[in-house]
Design a protein around this ligand. Sequence first.
Ligand code: ACO
Length: 477
Amino acid sequence: MVEFRFDIKPLFPQPIIKVASNLLPHTFRGDRRQCLDATSKMSEIIDRLGQLSAISQGLNKPVTTAQRLRMSENQTIYLLADTEAGPNGAVIGLLKVGTKDLYLFDEKGQTRKMEQSPSILDFYVHESRQRAGLGKRLFETMLNEEQWTPLKCSVDRPSEKLLAFLSKHYGLVRTIPQANNFVLYEGFFSDGASQKGSRNGHAESPERTKNGLHITNSPNTHLFGATYLGDDTTKQKRFGRRGSDSQQQQQQQHQQQQAALLQQITQISPNGRYGAPRPTCSMAEIIHAGSASSGKGSGGGSAESNRGNEIAEIAAQLQLQHLQTVENVIEYELEQEPEPEPEPEPQPEPEPEEVITPPTPLPKSYTPTPPPVRSPEAAESIIGDNRKPPAFQLSKQHTGMKNRSFGVGMAVMPSGKMEFNQEEREDFGVVKINRPLGNDIASPVQDNTDAMSTVSSTGGLTDQGYNDLKFYHNKLW
Ligand SMILES: CC(=O)SCCNC(=O)CCNC(=O)[C@H](O)C(C)(C)COP(=O)(O)OP(=O)(O)OC[C@H]1O[C@@H](n2cnc3c(N)ncnc32)[C@H](O)[C@@H]1OP(=O)(O)O
């Protein structure tokens, strides 16, 4: 049983009360202050019961909250209490119902738009009181109040327990398969739906256009396109001239119209039982930039919009997979392909005595492109003994393999007067060049400069070339 810190009895003058969007019991009478107090307590009750219901059904988010009820226009919550339990009484059951505009398949598989169709949205009896007839009592009260019949109710993703409940108490067994998560039973579309189903609910005949196209904003339309139902005259014509050119033309015309009409289909934002609790796909959210989020958190919902959301998620996942594949291919190619020879670039001011020989291809050891990934051992061979190799395996993020720039590599082309040296540690990335010869440090071991700036002046070229120096010095590489 669900007990509260406050006395629930004033809120429950009778065991079952009805609460609408004003968050007050339908029996409530009081002044403004009492009204605020009652609203706050009722919110707490609804939130607690909604949470327990979600836990009981294995949902990661409650379908029923006070906030949702407050925002809804056509939802009602029935609450069952045991005012005798404990000092403050206890609330033991919740049933949320509402009317929804749904696109549903009938027994023949045709889509029907059901406006203001009665729906069972959330149903919960506390575990300690289940299978004692309380659920039936709550349900019956609701049917009476709403003037609904069980057969005309759609049920939003019913649990096994609820299916058993409906089977046992109302003989509802044979369902009509749907593309969404609502369950309906055979007889749902039978005559008199508008009278017997609900005060408001009524079945509409499938929408037709002049051309016999059955097109709705429905799940099967989203999935399979508009259905051509045809009309009698069209059928006669079609069967009379089977295989003729005019028939083909007619079909083409229909296809064009179908495509044009499909473009007019609008998506409704996702909400409802399936819209709310499901974990979101981050890619879908990024791609749709919040357009899908508009419906989140609202209590109502239509199933076809959820279908649209699922399709969007699948598309997003495919897109993500595609991007990953492309990235892998690029990575693979970078690793596999031989180092491209750099385009020779003119030296800005060549030294007279210096012999620069572009466009002759450069020796491999001078290739300004760093190796893709450097192992700590390789790094150790370049730096002195007192240097620590990078503590981690360098990834392309550090080596900048994706941003290779050959032109810049030429700037560190060795020449007779060019060397890299650094006597003391300077700011990261600062490299002194053209230091007069003979001023070099005797041993790299004595040098405390940053890792790669210690290449000795005696050539300084490791088998890795100067490139190592370059890209270790500048993180941007
Ligand atoms: C749209 C939705 O809300 S879907 C979610 C439905 N809610 C849940 O699954 C939450 C957990 N379940 C419950 O809260 C309750 O079991 C309810 C609301 C479904 C039914 O309330 P109860 O007070 O148990 O119903 P009541 O006592 O009137 O009827 C009992 C019948 O319900 C069905 N039922 C109830 N509990 C169970 C159960 N644990 N396992 C199988 N069937 C069950 C059975 O048909 C049972 O008849 P039986 O005992 O002869 O087998």
